[in-house]
Design a protein around this ligand. Structure first.
Ligand SMILES: *Cc1c(COP(=O)(O)O)cnc(C)c1O
Length: 391
């Protein structure tokens, strides 16, 4: 052992521990590679393909269209940026832990959603909520039913628990098939994952439909992912007050434009909150994220103006694709799905014009499909100049 250096002033260049040259540990075996947990070894990892690096490298960001991750295409409300700037320069200080349990944000959400404070947990993005749900409620071998195509990241979290995933595919991926879904559910179904509006198809589940499922399958935990709620304005969140087998997840990443801050939440019956709280990390949402989300909820005019832009932009796209006879699905969320004869060729054409979309052609029922986020009217009109000679 070398003598430790007790000088408390750190240097710019850290002293890296050298592996002992004259090792006296030769008689012990060399460590072997550490095995990944069986369930993690067996899962299909989430494929994080993003245009981010290319777009960041572009000198004029206005000149490229990052439409591959369904993010908001504009900056968040100026109130968000101001609140964060103020917090950094004169606030509580970054040396302190964030507000435990995000108390002020929960107050804001109670006002925003109209349900009681006791129903919320704030999470580090809604992905974190989905992960917490799987860890809290799933055991090895539990049956999880997932209508596909849908948001795959949830499936990864469920698989990591060793759950058995049962996918349900309807005849038409762009229409909900409640009958087909019910036929696949049973008293043995531990969890049902529904996304509404669904990513990437836009399929919506109405609260009356969710309520029927909650009643009909009382042993099943229904997880309703409403990441795109704001765009469709159809929600089952009010049901969590009555049904102890429903969790709704939402996010500030999409309509509120705060994807970089990582703030999401879940709303559930108090009994479920009790279970989730056993494992919930009360400091997982960073202080600036909380401040930004609180400020965003105070500027709903800004949110509504953006929602209106996206609605109008979707109509512009609808007309554009209809005129050209292109098979396009204008979803109730902030993205459209377009079916093209040659995916690879269209992707190259789009990228050569700095338009980045998501290839969804490998998803069940979505052969030839590309998904594209929708932004403001002004952005969409500029986008169409580039799409004109492709479609
Ligand atoms: C984007 C998305 C999420 C993840 O959102 P974060 O809050 O940023 O983690 C969750 N579910 C669906 C369906 C999404 O599309």
């Amino acid at each position: 052992m070398s003598t430790a250096n007790y000088n408390m002033h750190y240097k710019d260049q850290p002293e890296v521990a050298e592996s002992s040259r004259q090792s006296n540990l030769w008689f012990l075996p060399t460590p072997s590679p550490i095995r990944v947990a069986a369930a993690v070894q067996a899962l299909t990892p989430y494929e994080a393909v993003s245009s981010q690096a290319v777009v960041d490298a572009c000198p004029d960001q206005r000149n490229s269209f990052k439409l591959d991750w369904n993010e908001s295409t504009i900056a968040p409300s100026p109130m968000v940026t101001q609140a964060i700037a103020q917090a950094v320069t004169s606030g509580r200080g970054l040396n302190w832990y964030p507000s435990l349990g995000s108390v002020e944000l929960i107050d804001g959400l109670a006002g925003y959603t109209g349900i009681g404070r006791e129903h919320f947990l704030i999470t580090n993005g809604s992905d974190d909520a989905l992960s917490l749900i799987c860890t809290t409620f799933l055991d090895q071998g539990d049956e999880v039913v997932v209508p596909v195509p849908t948001y795959n990241h949830f499936v990864v979290f469920a698989q990591s628990r060793g759950a058995t995933i049962r996918t349900v595919q309807g005849f038409d991926p762009f229409a909900s098939d409640l009958e087909g879904l019910r036929a696949q559910l049973s008293a043995n179904t531990r969890l049902l994952y529904l996304v509404s509006p669904n990513n990437p198809t836009g399929v919506v589940y109405h609260p009356e439909e969710i309520e029927v499922l909650c009643r009909e399958f009382p042993n099943t935990l229904i997880v309703l992912d409403e990441a795109y709620f704001e765009f469709a304005q159809i929600t089952g969140i009010g049901l969590v007050e009555r049904y102890p087998n429903l969790i709704v997840t939402r996010t500030f990443s999409k309509a509120f434009g705060l994807a970089g801050l990582r703030v999401g939440y879940l709303a559930a019956h108090s009994e479920l909150i009790g279970g989730l709280s056993r494992l919930y990390n009360p400091k997982s949402v960073n202080a600036l994220g909380q401040i930004g989300a609180v400020a965003a909820l105070k500027d709903l005019d800004y949110l509504n103006a953006y929602l209106k832009e996206v609605l109008q932009a979707k109509e512009i796209l609808r007309t554009f694709f209809a005129e050209r006879g292109v098979e396009a699905y204008i979803t109730p969320a902030n993205f459209v799905v377009v079916r093209v004869p040659n995916v690879a060729q269209t992707l190259v054409q789009l990228e050569s014009r700095s338009v980045y979309v998501r290839d969804r052609s490998s998803y069940p029922g979505l052969g030839g499909c590309l998904r594209m986020s929708v932004g403001t009217v002004e952005q969409t009109n500029r986008l169409l100049e580039r799409l004109q000679d492709i479609f």
